[in-house]
Design a protein around this ligand. Structure first.
Ligand SMILES: [Zn+2]
Length: 324
């Protein structure tokens, strides 16, 4: 059974549990997603179904993805995880085509905030959707990182967004200075540092960053199982980033280790990703079970759009990455 088969098995169960219809669309049951955005609502579930639909001929997966991606937004946020860019991402994945529509310069945003729900989230979303961030209006110092660190909650996300406007030396110093220690997840740890280094490599072509990305993601892989199983700060997020870095660096050994790890996570007797026996997680994308299904697909194949590791996406034109 391939990883993509396992992913769709999870999703078919999610669909069944939600009655394949309005329960998910309305998100009004405890067993279904509770939020309104990509991270916690129908658009993230749509992304998972759309990715699975690519590997299977079952049209119901894609139809489900399209319906969920079209659920209207219910808040004013604009970023990819918490706002309207998340719907664009879901629609791109569900309809299989690039979106022309994109949010304007986030400089007018009143909330500096982090990658999840602030101004940086909009720049990050542009990156994920294949449009360059507005580097001139972005200042990583505006991100208040006193109480949290890492790619999503600290300053690394902002630094990654302006990578193309910095010299390699300065960029390396900033990443090293803001890389979290002794944490391993995507949002808060070395997996996120690996993503920042990956973006820095694409922006500068400097080989050091590719080596940094491989080193940081290896730390995270060794730390599995993490505190939780999902994408955000859990094991599934590490697997997503590891496969992306492996593809970008043509590191077949890293890719093979990552696939084995994903298999192991699924296996009956040694399974940090508790997938088979009921859902201990909710069904949301960023921290729940549909995100784990998405991760299994992503380990197997580069996704259409990747909000965790933006350049590991079918839509990206990552020319510098293939050159060095
Ligand atoms: Zn997290």
């Amino acid at each position: 059974m391939s990883l993509t088969d396992k992913a769709s098995e999870i999703l078919v169960r999610v669909a069944d549990e939600c009655g394949r219809s309005n329960a998910v669309l309305r998100c009004d049951r405890d067993t279904c997603v509770a939020g309104t955005a990509l991270a916690d609502g129908p658009w993230g579930v749509a992304l998972s179904f759309a990715e699975s639909a690519r590997a299977h001929t079952d049209r119901s997966l894609r139809d489900f993805a399209k319906r969920l991606a079209d659920v209207p937004g219910r808040n004013a946020a604009r970023g990819i995880f918490a706002g309207s860019q998340g719907r664009l991402a879901a629609q791109m994945a569900a309809n299989g085509k690039q979106s022309e529509e994109i949010t304007a310069n986030p400089a007018n945003s009143t909330k500096p905030g982090d990658l999840m729900d602030g101004e940086i989230g909009e720049h990050w979303g542009r990156l994920c959707l294949g449009h360059p961030p507005f580097t001139q209006s972005l200042d990583w110092r505006r991100v208040d990182a006193r109480s949290a660190t890492g790619l999503a909650h600290g300053r690394l996300g902002a630094i990654a967004c302006i990578a193309s406007s910095l010299e390699s030396d300065e960029l390396e110093q900033l990443i090293v200075a803001h890389a979290p220690l002794d944490r391993y997840g995507w949002c808060n740890g070395s997996a996120g540092t690996a993503v920042a280094a990956h973006i820095a490599w694409a922006a500068t072509g400097t080989r050091n960053f590719a080596e940094m990305a491989e080193k940081e993601i290896s730390k995270s892989l060794r730390a599995i199982p993490l505190e939780t199983d999902g994408l955000c700060h859990g094991s599934a997020g590490v697997l997503v980033v590891a496969s992306g870095i492996a593809r970008a660096t043509n590191n077949s050994e890293l890719l093979s280790v990552t696939k084995n790890m994903a298999e192991m996570c699924w296996a009956e007797n040694n399974r940090p990703l508790r997938l088979n026996k009921g859902f201990l997680l909710d069904q949301s994308w960023l921290t729940g079970s549909t995100g784990i299904a998405w991760a299994l697909s992503v380990v197997e194949r580069r996704p259409l759009i990747n909000p965790l590791c933006p350049l590991d996406s079918e839509y990206q034109m990552a020319a510098p990455i293939t050159q060095s």
